[in-house]
Design a binder for this molecule. Structure first.
Ligand code: AP5
Length: 220
């Protein structure tokens, strides 16, 4: 399965990406996670991306495309992947399409998570993220057993700098302006599928699995 997840910040893409990757035995590639690891490690890539991320802006296409395509060329991506957060602009989508066409392994589908902006804002304001394994929690909807400690790995939970409400609202504007046009791009190619992203995590997972169940047998 070669799947792209689309949807605004707070739609639950990261949450569902973990579940779908486990369920369909595909690797998960989250460009936001890769950038955050690099920011944490103070690498040249991280230093380049940091200010854009903190201000809720997109990292420039050249930087993202190079990084994402390099990741897709790793051997573990050969059997299938779920892309969370890439592509986010038409240029990125075109670059991905070209790369996969060169490798003769086209995309299976783009799954869009549909959610109202105000629900997304509320989710992000309460999000806490594990500094070690990147799993997300929510102070309202999904609390860890022990405050500020990740249930899975024991890492510390923190609020992302770009989850302040003002920055979240700006990220939503950027999404509507730069990323929403990708729906038409994928629709034109017969690849767009949609899932209602409101409801409990389990409900959304069930809908997402149903939306892509026919792709389960696809391999490299
Ligand atoms: P990235 O990390 O990709 O952030 P995002 O797309 O803005 O998505 P989020 O992680 O905010 O939301 P999500 O949909 O994954 O929701 P989640 O599952 O966490 O990107 C960050 C930055 O990196 C960008 O702004 C940009 O600067 C840069 N970047 C990355 N990729 C780039 C690219 N391709 N081009 C350019 N720049 C790029 O859930 C959110 C919260 O809701 C959590 O608390 C969760 O517990 C809760 N929740 C989830 N599902 C439910 C549910 N069903 N009910 C109740 N609560 C729920």
């Amino acid at each position: 399965m070669r799947l792209v997840l689309l949807g605004p910040p707070g739609a639950g893409k990261g949450t569902q990406a973990y579940r779908l990757a486990e369920r369909f035995e595909a690797i998960l590639i989250g460009t936001g996670d890769i950038f955050r690891e690099n920011v944490k490690g103070d690498t040249p890539l991280g230093r380049e991306a940091k200010a854009y991320m903190e201000n809720g802006e997109l990292v420039p296409d050249d930087v993202v495309v190079r990084m994402a395509l390099e990741r897709l060329e790793q051997p573990d991506a050969a059997a299938g992947f779920i892309l969370d957060g890439f592509p986010r602009t038409l240029r990125q989508a075109q670059a991905l399409e070209q790369e996969l066409s060169d490798q003769d392994r086209p995309l299976s589908a783009a799954l869009k998570f549909v959610i109202h902006d105000e629900v997304a804002v509320k989710r992000l304001a309460g999000r806490r993220t594990c500094t070690r394994c990147t799993r997300t929690y929510n102070v309202e909807f999904k609390r860890p057993s022990k405050e500020n400690v990740c249930d899975r790995c024991g890492g510390e939970l923190v609020q992302r700098p770009d989850d302040r409400e003002e920055t979240v609202r700006h990220r939503l504007e950027v999404y509507h302006r730069d990323t929403e046009p990708l729906e038409f791009f994928f629709w034109e190619r017969g690849l767009l599928r949609e899932v209602d992203a409101e409801g409990t995590e389990d409900e959304v997972t069930d809908r997402a699995v149903e939306a892509i169940a026919d792709l389960a047998e696809e391999r490299a």
